[in-house]
Design a protein around this ligand. Structure first.
Ligand code: EPU
Length: 417
C-alpha cells in the first residue's frame, strides 16, 4: 500500500477540515514538553509517520507518552531523563534535533545523534551549535553525535546568519531556563515559532517578540507543564489550495488562518484564483487554467520553500512561462525529473527552474523523493491524461494525516493502490 493513483476528474468542490500541524509545529512542542517536569497535554495532534518517531525519541529519553484520544497525547516527564537521542531515531527524522535545547537546559547535558542531509539539501546545524555555545555550553561533535554540556546556560546575544526555523526553536527552548536575558536577532518568524513560544509562555517562560526578527527571552528558574492545542497546518492548506488551482473548482478549508498564507494567496490571486477568508478558514475558487507567475522562496513571511514543489506542479499546467527561484535549500529540485517524465517542460539550473506551461500532462508511474515532492506529483496527476501512480507514498505520510481522503472528499479521483 505504498502507492497512490490519481486520474483527472471534475473540478474540485466541497469543504474539508485542515489538520493540526503535527510535523512542523506539534513535534517541536513535544520536544519542548521535556522542559517542564510533569504531564503536558497536546491536542489537535493528528498522527503522521514523523510523530511515531518523536514519540519514540521522547520514550528513549525517559518520558512516558500515552494517547488519551484520537488526537490528544499526554507526555509525562516527571522521571529523571536520560539525555541521549539515538542514531536509529534521529536518522529517521531531522526534527529529533529539537530535543537538544530542552535536554541541555533541563539536564545540563545532552548527547544527540547528527541527522545528516536529505533529499532536499545538506541541512547544516552550525547555527544551533554556535547559539548554544554563546549561551555557555561546551559542544563536541564526534562519532556522529553532538555532545553538549553546561553548568547552567546563561543569556547571550545571538545573531543568526539566516532565519533558521530549527535553530530559532532549539535556542529559544534552551534560553527559557538560562540565567539572564537571551536576545536572538534575525530569528525565524514562521507562525510555528509563535505557536511554540505561546506554549512556552503558558508554561511560565518569559518570551517577547516572537513572530518578529528579534526574540527576547528572560530565563526563569523552572517551568510548569500545561495544555496546548496545535495550530492548523498552513502547508496542508496551501497544498489543497494548489490542488484547486490545478483541477479548477471551488473549495472551502476549515481550521486554518488565511493570514498564515498571505504570500501564497497573493500569488494564487495573480495567477487567476479567488481566495478569501471565512469565519473559520479559507474559501477559494479557480478557473479551468491559471496564468504563470514568477515565484521566489524565502523564509516567512515570504513564499515558503515547502510550497515550491506544488507550485512547480501548478505552473507546469498554467498558461505561460515562469521562473522559480529556491532560496532556502540547496537541492530541492530533484523531484523535477519525475514531473518531466509526466510531460512537464521544466529546466533547472542551480537555484533556478524555468517552467513552461503545457495544457495537459501525461500520467506515468513516478516516485516521491520527499514529503512535498510526493504531494506535488499527486497534484500534477489531477491534470495528467490517464493514471499517475505515485510510488514511495510513505514520504507524504510523514506530514499529511489523510491526503488521499481529503482530496477524495473534494471530488478528486485518487485512491491507494
Ligand atoms: N541552515 C544552516 N545552518 C543551521 C540551520 C539551518 O545552514 O544551523 C540552513 C539549512 O541548511 C537550510 C536553511 O538554513 O538551507 C533553512 O533551514 P531551517 O533550519 O530553517 O529548516 P528546518 O528547521 O530544518 C523546517 C521545516 C522544513 C521547512 C524549513 C524552512 C520542520 C520539521 N521542518 O526545517 O519543513 O522547509 O523549516 O521553512 O519544521 C517540510 O515540511 O517539507 C520541510 C522540509
Amino acid at each position: 500500500m505504498d502507492a497512490v493513483a490519481v486520474r483527472p476528474g471534475p473540478p474540485l468542490s466541497g469543504a474539508i477540515k485542515i489538520s493540526g500541524a503535527t510535523k512542523n509545529s506539534g513535534l517541536k512542542q513535544l520536544a519542548a514538553a521535556l522542559l517542564a517536569p510533569g504531564v503536558t497535554v497536546v491536542r489537535n495532534l493528528p498522527p503522521v509517520a514523523d510523530l511515531e518517531v518523536m514519540i519514540a525519541v521522547l520514550r528513549a529519553v525517559g518520558a512516558e507518552v500515552e494517547w488519551a484520544g484520537p488526537e490528544e497525547l499526554h507526555i509525562d516527564t516527571s522521571a529523571r531523563l536520560i539525555p541521549e537521542a539515538p542514531y536509529d531515531l534521529v536518522s529517521r527524522m531531522r526534527a529529533s534535533i529539537n530535543v537538544l535545547g530542552p535536554l541541555l537546559a533541563r539536564c545540563g547535558e545532552a548527547r544527540v545523534a547528527l541527522p545528516g542531509g536529505d533529499n532536499i539539501g545538506s541541512r547544516k546545524l552550525d547555527m544551533h551549535f554556535r547559539g548554544l555555545h554563546a549561551m555557555g555550553a561546551e559542544l563536541e561533535v564526534s562519532h556522529g553525535f553532538v555532545e553538549a554540556r553546561c553548568n547552567k546556560l546563561k543569556g547571550a546575544l545571538i545573531v543568526l546568519d539566516f532565519p533558521s526555523v530549527g535553530a530559532t526553536e532549539n535556542l529559544v527552548t534552551a534560553a527559557v531556563l538560562a540565567k539572564g536575558e537571551t536576545v536572538i536577532e534575525n530569528a525565524a518568524r514562521e507562525p510555528e515559532i509563535r505557536d511554540l513560544t505561546a506554549f512556552l509562555n503558558r508554561m511560565g517562560a518569559h518570551i517577547l517578540g516572537s513572530g518578529t526578527s528579534t526574540i527576547r527571552i528572560e530565563g526563569v528558574e523552572g517551568l510548569v507543564p500545561c495544555e496546548t492545542e496545535i495550530m492548523g497546518d498552513r502547508i496542508e492548506a496551501g497544498t489543497f489550495l494548489m490542488a484547486c488551482g490545478i483541477a479548477g473548482g471551488e473549495i472551502e478549508l476549515e481550521g486554518v488562518r488565511l493570514e498564515h498564507l498571505e504570500m501564497v494567496v497573493m500569488k494564487l490571486g495573480e495567477m487567476g484564483m479567488r481566495v478569501s477568508p471565512t469565519p473559520d478558514g479559507i474559501w477559494a475558487s479557480a478557473p479551468e487554467r491559471l496564468t504563470a507567475v514568477d515565484i521566489a522562496t524565502l523564509p516567512y513571511p515570504g513564499f515558503a520553500t515547502d510550497f515550491m514543489p506544488m507550485a512547480i506542479a501548478m505552473l507546469a499546467v498554467s498558461e505561460g512561462t515562469a521562473i522559480v527561484t529556491e532560496n532556502v535549500f540547496d537541492n530541492r529540485f530533484s523531484f523535477v525529473d519525475e514531473l518531466v517524465r509526466m510531460g512537464a517542460d521544466v529546466r533547472t539550473e542551480g537555484r533556478y527552474a524555468v517552467v513552461r506551461g503545457v495544457s495537459r500532462l501525461s500520467g506515468a508511474p513516478v516516485r516521491a523523493l520527499d514529503v512535498r515532492a510526493g504531494a506535488a506529483l499527486a497534484l500534477a496527476g489531477l491534470k495528467a491524461e490517464g493514471s499517475t501512480v505515485v510510488h514511495e507514498w510513505h514520504h507524504v505520510e510523514r506530514a499529511y494525516p489523510d491526503f488521499v481522503g481529503a482530496l477524495a472528499t473534494l471530488g478528486a479521483d485518487i485512491h491507494r493502490v
